[in-house]
Design a binder for this molecule. Structure first.
Ligand code: BGC
Length: 943
């Protein structure tokens, strides 16, 4: 190969034909505008790239210059193949062709396509396509991981080619830091083809040739990760680049609205208006008038633990919440909640005061047991979350209450619950934690009582540290009715809304102006209330008052009862009853000819069709009416056994029902225990607070059972009961307060049309003496706080009885079926590791009987003794429906990261949930009783 030696002529620089392009859009042949940035491609013979070091820009980089006739261009960058320049402002019309000069040699000229405007938006790929150089007002790139919020975000579009600038801002708005450089002509912007409001157009601060256009993303802009942004100015249109747009978050919307509110408007939202001159038109327990000028709707508050309460209107009386928990089925619980949500919405109520998750295993005589979800924090938390999810899906703000440790009604406004941190974190508070985290609930009601000497509604530790701090609860805390005790202390501790009036928060404006409560705290209260309204769709889906779906909702009520009733005893296969063989049936007691009982207080539902009967206002609580729901067990039983003689005795005097029972083939005794908010039961026996003289139902059952061995007891009550007559009756069905389709559900179960599958969500102790506090702590007077010593801590319900070695009458998790099940091939898979924090219990479940049915497989965990945990904790379960003879391979997964902290204990030193190393034993079975459990395997955690 010949070598090139000797002198050779240095070639002249050259510019490619059509090599001058808009630096932002890069489109070949597209025009450029005076003042904008362009790129010129060619062969510039530079040995190394060179950058301009400051403003004003040089006209020579590395010896290279570019000229349009006599006008030299300011240069930003030059390399051997590309030069970036600013198109000189002086150019106009059809400018002279551009030439490049280096070392005395000049390129051939290339014509330039000049236009007054040549908008181009810079892009991340430098090609003018894909994601644009577009920032939000915090100077973060607007991408899928940082999307713009429709209607909220102002985007900063970095572009070029917008023509001349002036020091007379056309928009009147100041540029961010370069107020003199505003474009003479205002561009327009579309985002996803929707015109956007342009707030500023001018030079980007401190730059040459680069412009910035600020535009508000329209509220009706399309959403997605690739929404096109296009600029137009004059008749010129830019390239299309992309941003990500999402609907605004509730927090963003709340913040935006907050900026438009006056102090008076803010104050208006932080308390209820009950008792003021204005009045709610919709009834309910409370209301907060809205602010129509700002589009803020009224808040209408109604109870709803077991259906729509407060006499808002006739509504479906569901079975008790505790019956919903007894289904052990979160999808059933969701249906239950959907009835409450839909009916509240139909009545125009948009805040639900339901979600009672107080852990009544601590005090099973609690008059509100029927509203709760039982004694286990995990079961209670998960069932509550399902209710709330369903309610909020209907655009009704869900609530969870009463935060916290409101576990007895006796002296509830002055009871001072004394409990250690670990004890409450692993019991009552855990139920709330799960409910809050699994449901996105938007309101929490703080309770009447004190916790460790501080009223719950001004309890910094409960509200700020735990609820809003540890659990990151984003919604608002409202007080129980009259549970606020201060203005400044409550506001600072985390109370966001006083209910039902403004006895204390009426002074909040003054507390803010005097500096006792920071303005930021008031803004936070309002933000939380507004974000709750946005999060549940109160702005976007305004309430429309409609009739309730009586038929559909009552079908769910019946289903909930059929899934939640618990068969406690069935000696000799007494049940199901054989309709064809039934000749005569004695129905006894509890108005079973016409009605079923409901629980009283604020949760009381006025049933559709009206009460079957009412029986006054027992004292205590003296203000809650006894309401019997319209559903006749007798009629439903007669319908199941049309050929049987079905006769009724009211059971008020044991002699006549015993005679009827003796003359009948079988006797079904309905026993009932009315309970209500504002009272606790005097004992665990069936007592009678309604009648005078009281009916001795224990004596009634005993008399009937003595007269007829085929005695079946159906219990309509709130929770745990002792049954001195248990040994003498053949069957017992726990029907709870069964709701207004209770009679039909009970008949279906008694006759086997439905196979019972409910399991107790609360232990039935053998005796009141087995409770942590055999005698309920009572107040000395109506105002002085009195201690309720909860030194049992987290040992609530079965954990208490296990830890004390006490055998209950019926264990937590227990319930019979008309079929039988067997567990086989039981194994524990995986030891959890930090990378894989799950373990699974696998087994084969077989229906070994002759009818279809459901079993609730329950997984309990025994922790290493070093942790000091209760002997066992429920950590998972699954309800499985099986045809007779069918089998299913089941896997129950337990995830250490679940909101229920199934593998952790609360460590008081580090103030955190920790997993202790050691050996854990996993049990599987169909109740918490050791006799029903097998060891599924062990877990070795850590070394
Ligand atoms: C109850 C709450 C109820 C409120 C409004 C209070 O007495 O404790 O549970 O939500 O009244 O009816």
């Amino acid at each position: 190969m010949a070598s090139l030696t000797g002198a050779w002529a240095q070639p002249a620089p050259s510019i490619n034909s059509g090599g001058i392009v808009n630096a932002a859009s890069s489109a070949p042949g597209a025009p450029v505008a005076p003042g904008s940035i362009a790129s010129v491609y060619g062969n510039f013979l530079l040995s190394a790239p060179s950058w301009a070091l400051g403003i004003p820009l040089p006209t020579n980089l590395g010896g290279l210059s570019l000229a349009f006739g006599a006008v030299e261009a300011p240069l930003l960058y030059a390399s051997s193949g590309q030069v970036n320049l600013q198109i000189p402002w002086e150019l106009a019309g059809q400018p002279p062709a551009v030439t490049a000069t280096l070392a005395g040699q000049t390129s051939a000229p290339q014509t330039v396509n000049l236009a007054p405007f040549a908008p181009g938006i810079f892009s991340m790929n430098g090609q003018g396509t894909g994601p644009g150089a577009i920032l939000d007002s915090s100077y973060h790139l607007v991408t899928a991981s940082n999307p713009a919020a429709a209607g909220i975000t102002v985007i900063l579009i970095y572009c070029t080619g917008l023509g001349a600038v002036t020091n007379q801002p056309e928009t009147g708005a100041a540029a961010p830091s370069n107020p003199l450089a505003v474009t003479i002509t205002k561009p327009s912007v579309t985002i996803g083809s929707v015109p956007a409001q342009v707030l500023f157009s001018g030079l980007a601060p401190g730059s040459v040739g680069e412009y910035q256009v600020n535009a508000l993303v329209p509220s009706n802009a399309p959403t997605g990760d690739a929404v096109q942004v296009i600029l137009s100015i004059g008749s010129a249109t830019s390239n299309a680049v992309e941003i990500a747009v999402q609907p605004p978050t509730p927090d963003q919307r709340a913040d935006q609205l907050l900026t438009q509110m006056t102090q008076d408007q803010k104050i208006q939202l932080v308390y209820g208006a009950v008792g003021t001159a204005t009045a709610s038109t919709r009834g309910g327990a409370g209301w907060v008038p809205g602010i129509p000028q700002l589009g803020i709707p009224d808040l209408y508050l109604a109870d709803g633990s077991v259906g729509v309460g407060n006499g808002v209107g006739p509504a479906t009386a569901l079975p008790s919440s505790i019956a919903s928990a007894a289904s052990w089925d979160v999808s059933e619980a969701y249906k239950y909640g959907s009835v409450i949500g839909a009916e509240l919405r139909a009545y125009g109520m948009n805040v639900n005061l339901g979600g009672n998750v107080n852990l009544i295993g601590r005090e099973p005589r609690d008059g509100r047991t029927f509203e709760t979800k039982g004694e286990d924090p995990i079961l209670a938390g998960k069932i509550t979350a399902a209710h709330i999810n369903a309610i909020q899906a209907q655009h009704v703000i869900g609530g969870i209450k009463h935060f916290a440790l409101n576990d007895q009604e006796t002296g509830r406004t002055t009871a001072d619950v004394r409990i250690d941190e670990r004890g409450m974190r692993e019991s009552d508070l855990l139920a709330f934690e799960i409910g809050v985290k699994d449901s996105n609930v938007q309101s929490v009601m703080c309770s009447y009582n004190l916790v460790n000497d501080v009223y719950a509604c001004e309890n910094q530790h409960l509200l700020n540290d735990i609820l809003k701090g540890d659990w990151q609860f984003p919604g608002f805390v409202m007080s129980d009715w009259g549970a606020t005790h201060s203005t400044v202390a409550a506001a600072l501790a985390g109370l966001d809304q006083e209910q039902p009036d403004n006895a204390f928060f009426g002074s909040l404006a003054q507390a803010v102006s005097s500096g006792q409560v920071p303005q930021s705290r008031l803004d936070d209260m309002v933000h939380r209330i507004l974000r709750a309204m946005y999060a549940t769709g109160l702005f976007d889906y305004p309430a429309a008052i409609t009739p309730i779906d009586t038929t559909g909702d009552q079908a769910i009520a019946q289903d909930a009862e059929e899934q939640g009733a618990v068969l406690l005893k069935n000696a000799g296969g007494q049940l199901p009853l054989n309709a064809a063989a039934a000749k005569s049936i004695a129905i006894i007691g509890s108005h079973a000819d016409v009605a079923v009982l409901s629980g009283g207080g604020s949760a009381q539902v006025t049933p559709t069709g009206g009460p079957a009967l009412t029986e006054g206002f027992p004292c205590p609580p003296c203000w809650a009416q006894v309401i019997w729901d319209p559903s006749s067990p007798l009629q439903a039983i007669q319908a199941m056994a049309p050929n049987a003689a079905v006769q009724f005795d009211p059971g008020t005097n044991p002699a006549t029902p015993a005679a009827l029972a003796a003359a009948s083939q079988m006797a079904i005794v309905f026993v009932s225990q009315w309970t209500s908010e504002g009272m606790d039961l005097p004992s665990l026996n069936f007592t009678d607070a309604i009648h005078s003289p009281p009916i001795d139902q224990d004596a009634l059952v005993a008399a009937v059972a003595a007269a007829n061995p085929h005695t079946i007891v159906v219990m309509e009550n709130a929770g745990a009961q002792v049954m001195p007559w248990l040994g003498s009756v053949s069957a017992v069905l726990e029907a709870w307060f069964p709701g207004q389709r209770g009679g039909e559900a009970i008949a279906n179960i008694l006759f086997g049309a439905v196979n019972p599958s409910g399991k107790l969500p609360i232990t039935f102790p053998a005796s009141v003496n087995d409770l942590p506090r055999p005698v309920i702590a009572t107040p000395p007077d109506s105002t002085t706080p009195f201690p309720v010593d909860c030194s049992e801590g987290f040992n609530v319900g079965y954990k208490w009885y296990d830890s004390q070695g006490l055998t209950p009458l019926f264990p937590f998790g227990f319930g019979l079926s008309y079929t039988t099940f067997s567990f086989s091939n039981v194994a524990v898979v995986n030891n959890p590791t930090s990378g894989n924090p799950n373990f699974q219990v696998t087994f084969k479940l077989t229906n070994t009987g002759y009818v279809a049915g459901a079993e609730v497989a329950q997984v309990y965990l025994a922790f290493p003794a070093s942790t000091g945990e209760p002997p066992k904790r429920l950590v998972g379960w699954q309800k499985v429906f099986l045809q007779p003879g069918a089998a299913e391979q089941v896997t129950i997964e337990v995830d250490a990261n679940d909101s229920s902290h199934p593998l952790s204990y609360w460590d008081v030193n580090s103030n955190a949930w920790l997993i202790a190393p050691g050996v854990y034993t996993v049990y599987l079975g169909n109740s918490s009783s050791s006799a029903s459990l097998v060891t599924a395997g062990t877990l070795q955690i850590g070394s």
